[in-house]
Design a protein around this ligand. Structure first.
Ligand code: WT7
Length: 639
């Protein structure tokens, strides 16, 4: 493999990558402006956020930037009136953006749709009027169970425009998961599609909705169905209506509801790798400020950019950086309906080339998958339009980082490794294009964000030592509560360390103040008193030429307390002559990468790892299987 130079694993990664001078000169935020922003944010962070808020349009300005009198139920831009849709759409209609492409969409079979800001605006208004005709009022919840179609963007914006609340359920979820979410949200309307294309097949989505609504879900009056695929679709009398029939007669003009800054914008159930899903609540004012500022600064958006975030709109990444962020900054956002390997492993690079994508933001799991097929696929395409890359969702192992940087980014495009969560709404720890990069580190907290690594008592740990990641000040795009469960909100995030937000991740800071996220705190092992992240062990394993993917869990050990067990997927085409020899080799490889604390007791070869639909390995399931325990909730499992 040509990426063998990337053998270093997370623990002792020492390479530093400098951005090209041209990029620094042209950056939206140059080093001097960055230093000034950091100074302002550390002296008066409310002032910093107030400045950020002024870049957006408000119907009425705030009386107070932050109200912390009922902490941790923080309120931002108190007294202000706004609507995020005004900033994402309405305001562009008055500018040169009116006729610019807002959305480029490509279906898996190769069909495309392009909408200008004005066309999107008209489509949103039509659906907004239709929703009102159906009786949807301010505050009502609308569940969107939709594949990546242009209508998913239209639906989100239409719901928010009239002051209702959207709750997106990723189209890969089961009928049961959908039912639970509809029930919890007490949704009045469900918007879906008849089907969609995925890996050369048609997925019949409407059938899942029918199954979900079979019993219960009495709150639902109407199901709106977008026609996408040729599948037989049963329409329930008095309940189901085709999207096209619904909007055809509606006027393309609709006033934007004046919302209180703190009114709910959306509800999104968290990916839930543990337990019952949490309904995470975001509001108009603070969310729009955080998302707008972070995108403009981190991805350095210019008027000519074509921005592609490969996340599904059903996740927070899609909410913030496929839909709201790109539209607020007035860029062109790209959506692809289908499977990344369809019809072959160069589909994404083909899309980058054909539309001249300039910024490409994706997830490590996808990079590793594409890496398995080798560099001949990106090499087939002209990727020279790319200027920035991005990564999100899990720690990116240096191996994948270097492959992405070299083969996709021509060793020129910096990778913005953005650490954040559904709860945080927008980027928290992330480089800017001007930042020195260390592969595998999300670098430093953005201005206005005060993050730290603390021990079990809440005291900061010295550089190099692992601890819990916390955020020490509130920030505008933070979650406000858990839907109908304020107690759980307090308990989950604010109880362990009063006044600090507990992210649930384990991290360490190095001597330069760079943050290295090691994984969820439940994915961290304690081997003979040494804290070691499963992500680090996995990173070491995938750095071996035989290994494509790896998942590590902790298993009890009489002497060491806990030791690691690894599940490994081998690279396609890797010939195993002697499995026992390979296991011994992998163990000693990890040992030499991470030191003697990294004891891997056993290794099992697998064809597949259990993953959530967002691509996170569900180590909890492997652990339960291994220890012969109850597997528990599997509603987020891929299949
Ligand atoms: C968890 C949040 C918000 C984006 C999608 C996932 C992990 C996220 C990174 C990163 C290391 C990361 C953390 C976090 N994570 N980004 N750049 N480096 N870890 O959203 O489902 O709410 O998951 O994803 O563990 O807590 P989510």
């Amino acid at each position: 493999m040509e990426t063998k130079g990337a053998l270093d694993a997370l623990l002792h990664e020492e390479r530093v990558f400098r951005p090209l001078p041209q990029l620094v000169i042209e950056a939206n935020v140059n080093p001097q402006e960055y230093a000034e922003a950091m100074k302002l944010a550390s002296e008066d962070y409310l002032k910093y956020w107030e400045e950020a808020a002024k870049e957006l349009d408000w119907f009425k300005k705030w009386d107070q930037v932050l109200d912390d009198s009922d902490a941790p139920f923080y309120k931002w831009f108190v007294g202000a009136k706004c609507n995020i849709v005004y900033n994402a759409l309405d305001r562009h209609i008055e500018t040169a953006n009116k006729n610019k492409l807002a959305l480029i969409w490509e279906g898996e079979p190769g069909d495309t749709k392009k909408l200008t800001y004005y066309e999107l605006y008209r489509a949103v208004n039509r659906l907004a009027n239709a929703l009102k005709t159906l009786g949807v009022q301010k505050g009502d919840r609308v569940v969107l169970y939709m594949p990546p179609l242009p209508e998913i963007v239209i639906a989100m914006l239409a719901v928010a425009k009239i002051g209702a609340v959207h709750s997106m359920v990723f189209a890969g979820f089961s009928a049961k998961a959908l039912r639970d979410r509809i029930t919890d949200a007490e949704a009045k309307i469900v918007i879906t599609a008849d089907g969609f294309y995925r890996n050369g097949k048609v997925v019949n989505l409407k059938k899942v909705v029918d199954e979900a609504l079979v019993d219960g879900c009495d709150s639902v009056d109407t199901v709106i169905v977008v026609h996408r695929a040729s599948v037989e679709t049963e329409m329930v009398d008095m309940r189901d209506v085709w999207y096209e029939d619904l909007v055809r007669q509606e006027r393309p003009v609709c006033p934007t509801e004046v919302m209180d800054s703190e009114d709910m914008l959306f509800l999104l159930y968290s990916s839930g790798t543990t337990g019952k899903p949490k309904g995470i609540v975001h509001t108009h004012g603070g969310y729009m400020v955080g998302v707008h500022r972070s995108l403009k600064w981190v991805f350095d958006i210019k008027p000519t950019d074509i921005f592609w975030c490969t996340a599904d709109a059903g996740w927070i990444t899609g909410h913030s950086y496929v839909v709201y962020g790109p539209l607020m900054v007035g860029t062109t956002t790209v959506m692809y309906e289908g499977h990344p390997l369809y019809p072959q492993a160069d589909r994404l690079w083909d899309i980058v080339e054909r539309y001249g994508i300039t910024i490409f933001y994706t997830a490590p799991t996808l990079i590793r998958m594409l890496m398995r097929f080798g560099s001949q696929y990106p090499k087939k395409h002209d990727l020279s339009t790319l200027r920035l890359l991005g990564s999100v969702g899990e720690p990116i192992n240096p191996e994948a980082w270097v492959w992405f940087y070299t083969n996709v980014g021509r060793s020129e495009c910096p990778i913005m490794d953005t650490w954040w969560q559904t709860e945080t709404g927008s980027f928290m720890i992330s480089p800017l294009p001007i930042t020195l990069l260390k592969p595998g580190s999300a670098t430093k907290p953005l201005p206005g964000i005060e993050a730290d690594v603390v021990d079990d008592d809440g005291n900061p740990v010295p550089p190099g030592k692992g601890g819990l990641l916390v955020i020490k000040k509130p920030w505008p795009s933070m979650l406000r509560t858990l839907y109908k469960n304020p107690e759980r909100y307090k308990k989950t995030y604010w109880e362990k360390f009063p006044g600090m937000y507990l992210a649930g991740d384990v991290a360490r800071k190095d001597e330069d103040g760079y943050f290295w996220i090691q994984g969820r705190s439940d994915d961290v092992l304690n081997i003979a008193g040494h804290r070691i992240g499963t992500a680090e062990l996995e990173s070491a394993l995938v750095a071996h030429e035989a290994v494509a993917e790896a998942a590590v869990i902790g298993v009890p050990d009489k002497i060491k307390g806990e030791v690691a067990k690894a599940f490994v997927i081998l690279n396609a085409g890797y010939e195993v002559t002697d499995p026992d020899k390979l296991i011994t080799e992998l163990k000693s490889h990890v040992r030499s990468e991470l030191g003697p604390v990294a004891v891997i007791k056993s290794i099992e070869f697998k064809d597949k790892l259990p993953k959530t639909r967002s691509g996170k390995i569900m180590r909890r399931i492997l652990r339960a299987q291994e220890l012969g325990k109850e597997i528990g909730d599997t509603s987020t499992l891929e299949d």
